[in-house]
Design a protein around this ligand. Structure first.
Ligand code: LLP
Length: 431
């Protein structure tokens, strides 16, 4: 059920604009035309909110940038698996990149067809491969020799000769990004080395049920420049050139986004221009996640306490590393802004969560107007790898997710807040 507000601010005062969907209007933070504080007063915190308008605009922006290359986009479900998000992207024409049977299940529930899904993963189980083949999955990205034998025998069970496989190359190129997000260097667990791929391509008859028709590569996420991508792509093309049956190149995800106010938005056109001459004659697949959903979402939290200690000001909020793990895991930067724009002088603050871990710091040394218990703040650019990486650590129920529709006005709770009872749901000894 969609809820439409009875009235909304018609003010167009643009005090501070994060993107066309998230900005202050008359001193209050809005997501499209919806006042975030009013939403939060009704639904509570912590709360993930996504703008479906921004989501679609991002999808179209990425699609348009790569349309000269005829790229097919498979949204990476690991970035955001919310069913409303997936449905909107499916309607816009996206396929999906899934890394588990659970993600395939989600994508199918959102209305995707099996053939619009690519199934990747460094450790797929036999049951997962069976589920994928049973559902007529479009592509399986393979990164272990042992997987091929499973795929071949499961395809035989279903009397299928069409299991399309893209071998994943580890190009032995180090991407400019956080070390935890770099996947293409030689020491990483991901992909197959060029010599293994060469051997596999020369012995395809061992796998009669499999069509080796693609090659896959993903050198990392939030890629800092295009150099490593191009170097890796050159290696990839040199590898597959002698094999005319390799007609599809899947370059994975990794398109970066700006997490800081003062950071320029990375240009997709430059990358597309650099890729174009190299990709002539190949079909192109991409698996973007972050670039489509990150800045369409935010996480709203309430300030519980403010404490001064050891010459620092700690604002303790009701969101933590359990709800948004990126700062603890990658030292990732998310801007924090109050829902009401204040003109007061700023103070340096540590924004921390209630979890019993020293790593539970959501934002360090931020200049913010003084905060008080009850104030609400938004953690920005949290649409990607926010809710999907949330956990129940410290027995914290996961937050609700709310979507604002493409009309910019109506909204609905897309996933309700978990309850204490949900935390025990799978336990077999509840009394
Ligand atoms: N394809 C493959 C094979 C991947 O491993 C990934 C991300 C993607 C596509 C999507 O990449 P994107 O376009 O979103 O950069 N949890 C982290 C990032 C790790 C991503 C892992 N793989 C984060 O919070 O930043």
């Amino acid at each position: 059920m969609w809820v439409s507000p009875f009235c909304f601010s018609a003010s167009h005062e643009l005090a501070m604009v994060f993107n066309p969907s998230i900005q202050y209007k008359a001193g209050r933070l809005k997501i499209d035309d919806v006042d975030i504080e009013s939403l939060v007063n009704e639904i509570g915190t912590p709360l993930y909110i996504y703008s479906l308008k921004r989501l679609t605009a991002n999808y179209q922006r990425v699609r348009d940038a790569f349309s000269p290359l005829n790229a097919r986009l498979h949204f990476s479900v690991k970035a955001n698996g919310n069913l409303d998000v997936l449905r909107v992207l499916r309607r816009a024409g996206a396929g999906f990149d899934c890394v588990s049977a659970g993600e395939i299940f989600r994508a199918l529930k959102a209305g995707a067809r099996g053939r619009d899904i690519v199934f990747a993963g460094v450790g797929k189980t036999r049951d997962e491969i069976r589920y994928a083949i049973q559902n007529g999955i479009g592509w399986i990205n393979v990164e272990n020799i042992g997987e091929l034998a499973y795929i071949n025998s499961i395809a035989a069970e279903f009397d299928s000769n069409n299991a399309r496989v893209a071998l994943r190359l580890n190009p032995e190129v180090t991407a400019t990004t956080h070390p935890y997000m770099a996947t293409g260097h030689g020491a990483a667990k991901f992909g197959l080395t060029a010599n293994v791929i060469q051997e596999l391509l020369s012995s395809q008859e061992r796998y009669p049920r499999i069509k080796f028709s693609g090659i896959h590569m993903h050198i990392g996420s939030q890629l800092g420049d295009t150099k490593a991508t191009l170097a890796a792509l050159d290696k990839l093309i040199a590898l597959v050139k002698p094999w005319p049956q390799i007609t599809t190149i899947n370059l994975g995800g990794g398109l970066p986004v700006a997490y800081r106010f003062d950071e320029p938005s990375p240009s997709l056109a430059t990358l597309a221009d650099e890729l174009a001459p190299r990709l002539k004659g190949y079909s192109l697949l991409l698996e973007p996640g972050r670039s489509i959903v990150a800045d369409a979402g935010l996480l709203v939290a309430e300030v519980l306490y403010v404490k001064r200690q050891a010459d620092q000001v700690f604002a303790i909020i009701d969101a933590s590393m359990a709800e948004l793990m990126r700062p603890a895991l990658y030292d990732a930067h998310h801007e924090v802004v109050p829902l009401r724009k204040a003109e007061a002088d700023t103070v340096t603050m540590q924004i921390v969560g209630p979890v019993c871990e020293s790593a539970d710091v959501l934002a360090r040394d931020r200049q913010l107007p003084p905060l008080h218990p009850g104030d609400k703040v938004a953690l920005m650019t949290a649409g990607a790898y926010g809710m999907t990486m949330a956990s129940n650590y410290n027995a914290r129920p996961r937050p609700a997710e709310l979507v604002v529709a493409e009309d910019g006005l109506s909204w609905r709770v897309s996933r309700r807040r978990e309850t204490w009872a949900d935390l025990l749901m799978a336990e077999t000894s509840i009394r």
